[in-house]
Design a protein around this ligand. Structure first.
Ligand code: ATP
Ligand code: MG
Length: 148
């Protein structure tokens, strides 16, 4: 199983819809200071169920929503989708490709969760990824500063 694609829109510094395609397993994210590497890491853990605002480097959950910049107004919704190749059925669901989505709306603080575009509970996502070694606290994802 591997991560094929991440789609971000309105999440942290990713104001516009951005799609990152991966042809192989992700080993690391590199780039200049402040370009958004940790925000990508945060986005992945967020979709996999991260509820700790502190570990998402914010003061409240709505801090994950793009908050505006010098030349852009803030947006109202953060949305991130992870698309997995599930042809080996490591995720126990009967699909060869699995899309997991999390959204958060600024106005009412409402969260939305989807598996393959079908609304679900956060619990459905955490139980789906639990057995794969992929969960938010797993060693599959190591944030900056946690290597040592
Ligand atoms: P470093 O190399 O210093 O670790 P990085 O590549 O990990 O940097 P990030 O921490 O992912 O960079 O991104 C930092 C940028 O994201 C900052 O410019 C910050 O202002 C911006 N940012 C974070 N949250 C938001 C938000 N909610 N709205 C707009 N911009 C945000
Ligand atoms: Mg960083």
């Amino acid at each position: 199983m591997f991560l094929k694609r991440i789609e971000l829109e309105g999440f942290k510094s990713f104001a516009d819809r951005s799609v990152i395609h991966f042809d192989d397993d992700v080993v690391g994210i590199v780039g200049p200071n402040g370009c958004g590497k940790s925000n990508i890491n945060d986005a992945i853990r967020w979709v996999l169920g991260e509820q700790s605002v502190k570990s998402l480097r914010g003061n409240s959950m709505s801090d994950v929503i793009f908050n505006g910049s010098m030349d852009r107004r803030k947006v109202n919704t953060a949305s991130v989708t992870l698309v997995f190749d599930n042809s080996q059925h490591l995720l126990h669901i009967d699909y060869d490709e699995v899309e997991i989505t999390r959204k958060l709306h600024r106005q009412n603080g409402e969260a939305e969760y989807y598996i393959n575009k079908t609304p679900c509970r956060l619990k459905d996502i955490t139980s789906l990824v639990m057995d794969t070694g992929l969960g938010k606290d797993s060693l599959s994802i190591i944030s900056q500063g946690n290597i040592s």
